[in-house]
Design a protein around this ligand. Structure first.
Ligand SMILES: C[S@@+](CC[C@H](N)C(=O)[O-])C[C@H]1O[C@@H](n2cnc3c(N)ncnc32)[C@H](O)[C@@H]1O
Length: 181
C-alpha cells in the first residue's frame, strides 16, 4: 500500500528518484496507447499549433526527460517545452489550435484555473480540447471527469462531452470540449 501511495504521488509530480524512474517506465508502456489515441481524436491538421507540441509539465524531472527525448525537435523549433503549471502558462492569448492531455487533470490542484488557462491560450473559433483518461489505479488520485467537465463549461467551453473508448483490456474516457470565443 505504501508503495502504491508513493507511486500515486509520483504520477502526479514525478521527481528524480527510484519511484520517479519506475513511473516513467510505467508511463512509457501504459500511456503510449492513450497518447496515440488522443492525437488521432484531436483531428490535428497540418500547420496547427498544438499544446503538447508546446509541452507543459511542472515536474523538473519530466521536463528534463522530455527535453532529452525530443532534443532534435526542440533544437529545430518544432517543439517547445515549458516547466510550468498548467494554470499559469507562459503563452500568449489565442495562440493554440488544439490541446490534448492524457491522465493529467486529476492531479491539477485547481481544475477551474487549469481549464480557464487552457481557454485563454486557445484561438477563437473551433479550438478543441481532448482529455484522455484511464480509470483510477493508484491511491491519491481524484478521477472526477464530471468535475473537469464542469470546470471546462464554467471556463467558456461548450459542446463538452465524454465517451468511453476500449483498447484491448483498458477502458478509457475521452472528454471533448470546444472553445468558441
Ligand atoms: C500521470 S502523468 C501523465 C504524463 C503523460 N501525459 C503520459 O501520458 O505519459 C501526469 C503528469 O502531469 C503533470 N502535472 C500534474 N499537475 C500539473 C500541473 N498543475 N501543471 C503542469 N503539469 C502537471 C505531472 O508532473 C505528471 O508528469
Amino acid at each position: 500500500m505504501i508503495l502504491l501511495e508513493k507511486l500515486g504521488q509520483q504520477l502526479g509530480h514525478p521527481t528524480r528518484s527510484v519511484y520517479g524512474w519506475l513511473i516513467t517506465k510505467f508511463l512509457k508502456y501504459h500511456n503510449k496507447m492513450l497518447e496515440e489515441s488522443a492525437v488521432s481524436l484531436s483531428g490535428i491538421q497540418p500547420g496547427d499549433t498544438v499544446l503538447e507540441l508546446i509541452g507543459v509539465d511542472y515536474s523538473k524531472y519530466m521536463h528534463k526527460m522530455a527535453g532529452d527525448l525530443l532534443k532534435e525537435l526542440v533544437s529545430n523549433g518544432k517543439v517547445s517545452l515549458y516547466q510550468c503549471d498548467v494554470a499559469a502558462m507562459p503563452l500568449a492569448d489565442n495562440m493554440v489550435d488544439k490541446v490534448f492531455h492524457c491522465n493529467c487533470y486529476y492531479y491539477w490542484p485547481d481544475l477551474r484555473k487549469g481549464a480557464a488557462e487552457i481557454h485563454r491560450v486557445m484561438k477563437p473559433g473551433e479550438g478543441r480540447v481532448v482529455s484522455f483518461a484511464s480509470r483510477r489505479e493508484f491511491p491519491g488520485r481524484s478521477w472526477q471527469p464530471e468535475a473537469y467537465m464542469a470546470a471546462l463549461r464554467a471556463s467558456g467551453f461548450n459542446q463538452v462531452t465524454m465517451e468511453d473508448h476500449q483498447h484491448r483490456h483498458i477502458t478509457c474516457q475521452a472528454i471533448y470540449a470546444t472553445a468558441d470565443k
